[in-house]
Design a protein around this ligand. Structure first.
Ligand SMILES: [Zn+2]
Length: 162
């Protein structure tokens, strides 16, 4: 992506955000709210979550506003993931933490609280108490049930990923 294109998209995204409602992440990107940055580039930034699940909990976001995955330019989504991956690899390689979880919430039901797409990079330490929780672990379905579910999913993918 050319810089001019990126800037135009960013401006368009921020104008859209401003027209809709206040977006704290757009305000961070614009320098109107403080954040402790660990990475910045033309299109993606990463900073510390102010309510960390573990020490060093990071948020990686596109500068351009996108409220949901559906609104996010896939090319920019790839950039967000690449930055998160590189941050995670370097944190692990440096011995900062013993493991990493990546997490993204899309939609209120999924736990999304800020409607500007963000990918969590969560460093893991022995005994940190963090984990995924489910009300009930499902029994392992048989192959026929798995295949039926796969068919239902395929039926809903009008444009498969490539
Ligand atoms: Zn925003």
């Amino acid at each position: 992506m050319h810089r001019a294109d990126a800037a135009a998209r960013q401006n368009a995204g921020m104008a859209t955000a401003a027209a809709q409602e206040r977006c704290v992440f757009c305000e961070i990107v614009a320098g109107q709210l403080p954040a402790s940055f660990v990475y910045t580039s033309d299109d993606v930034v990463a900073f510390l979550d102010i309510r960390p699940l573990t020490s060093g909990h990071l948020l990686v976001i596109p500068r351009q506003h996108a409220g949901t995955l559906a609104a996010l330019d896939p090319e920019l989504g790839a950039r967000v993931y690449t930055v998160a991956q590189q941050l995670a690899v370097q944190l692990r390689r440096s011995g900062f933490c013993a493991g990493i979880n990546l997490f993204l919430a899309d939609g209120v039901l999924a736990g999304q609280e800020v409607f500007h797409v963000h990918l969590h990079v969560i460093p893991r330490y022995p005994g940190d108490g963090f984990g995924l929780r489910a009300a009930k672990r499902r029994a392992q379905p048989d192959r026929a049930k798995l295949d039926a579910t796969a068919g239902m999913v395929r039926d809903r993918i009008s444009s498969p990923p490539h």
